[in-house]
Design a protein around this ligand. Structure first.
Ligand SMILES: Nc1ncnc2c1ncn2[C@@H]1O[C@H](COP(=O)(O)OP(=O)(O)OP(=O)(O)O)[C@@H](O)[C@H]1O
Ligand SMILES: [Mg+2]
Length: 342
């Protein structure tokens, strides 16, 4: 599905972000680099607090008030995100990006029916209908066309009886249906990149599986390009082509999914994979990673994983390991590999 050589939809290079916490600036993201090519799904995975959401918010130009970018670059469809005015950012976001968050209720207006709020996208961006109406339709005819597009999109995300659901209010729908509505709304602009931040975490397991199947299908049917944020390696295995593993504000390993699952190199990536619940006969085993992710206000020196690392040795406590390329699609930031593939 990935077309090598094409311009990346998203390119993040050496991104460093600081947060103001308790009156001082602390480093939250360290030299984060990643890229997503057209049609690809990149899984961004790591424990809670590893910096996944901050990375995504930086990409969308939506960092919190107390954050500042201190180094690096972000390009969306080749255009720089950093250093833009709010108006320019809005335009770029509108064309290039859709962001889907964990909790659909906070992004749906409880006072409007589902159909009316999706149709609002066409009020804000009338050009989205222009390809069909040639800019000729007015008033009622235009509204009818917009409504048809809304129903089509509800159908695209497999909402049963979309004509009826379009006339319902969000509170009348289950969490899974609400998340489908949010996905439909996100797709109506045909964004170049969809960022999905833990979008199934709040759903029960069966609904989660349905939404994951839907995302996989949308990748195939409309060529959706995805930055998929999750703490769950199982979701990465199911949906992503490549994966970037984050730990304490840094990307520690980047790989195609098959190679990572076959032979993860970074001890943290290995540990994460071992923490995936497995069904062995009748037994479900879960090997948690001992210890906790360090507080960003007081990180250890050197490799931030070294205090939890089973392979810790000489340089780990003193020097931050640089990313080393192990192959065209594979890199790892760990002293074990500083001389190349081990
Ligand atoms: N606005 C903020 N002010 C202070 N600290 C913050 C802020 N936003 C994030 N952080 C801290 O920055 C670190 C990275 O947060 P981030 O939300 O990116 O983690 P995450 O990987 O998305 O975790 P989760 O899986 O829990 O969503 C965490 O230590 C978090 O507490
Ligand atoms: Mg998060």
């Amino acid at each position: 599905m990935t077309r090598l050589g094409e311009t990346a939809v998203l390119e993040v290079e050496d991104l460093c972000v600081e947060l103001s916490i308790g009156g001082r600036w602390v480093r939250a993201l360290n030299n984060v680099s990643l890229s997503v090519r057209p049609g690809e799904a990149l899984g961004l995975v790591g424990e809670s607090g590893s910096g996944k959401s901050l990375t995504a918010l930086a990409v969308a130009g939506l960092l919190p008030e107390n954050a500042r970018v201190v180094a690096g670059s972000i390009r969306l469809k080749g255009e720089a995100v950093l250093g833009r005015s709010e108006a320019e950012l809005n335009r770029l976001r509108g064309r290039a990006l859709a962001f889907i968050f964990q909790n659909p209720t906070s992004y749906l207006n409880p006072l409007l029916t589902v159909g009316v709020q999706i149709a609002e996208v066409f009020e804000v961006s009338p050009e989205l209908l222009a390809s069909e109406d040639g800019g000729r339709l007015r008033g009622g005819e235009r509204r009818k066309l917009a409504w048809r597009r809304v129903v089509e999109h509800l159908r695209l995300v497999h909402i049963p009886d979309p004509e009826r659901v379009a006339r319902q209010y969000p509170f009348e729908l289950s969490g899974g249906m609400q998340q489908r509505v949010v996905i439909a709304m996100a797709l109506i602009r045909r964004p170049s990149l969809v960022i999905a931040d833990e979008i199934t975490t709040a759903l029960d397991v069966t609904v989660q599986a349905q939404i994951l199947r839907l995302l996989a299908e949308l990748r195939a049917s409309i060529g959706m390009t995805l930055l998929l944020i999750t703490h769950d390696m199982g979701i990465v295995a199911q949906l992503a082509d490549r994966v970037a593993v984050m730990y304490s504000g840094s990307v520690v390993e980047t790989s195609d999914v098959a190679s990572l699952f076959a032979a993860a190199r970074h001890p943290y990536a290995k540990a994460l994979l071992e923490a995936v619940p497995r069904i062995d006969g009748n037994e479900t085993t879960l090997r948690a990673i001992p210890g906790a992710i360090p507080a960003i206000t007081n990180p250890p020196p050197g490799c931030r994983f070294h205090l939890r690392c089973p392979r810790v040795f000489g340089p780990c406590a003193g020097t931050v390991p640089p990313a080393v390329a192990l192959g065209e699609q594979h890199s790892v930031a760990c002293h074990l590999y500083r001389d190349g593939p081990a």
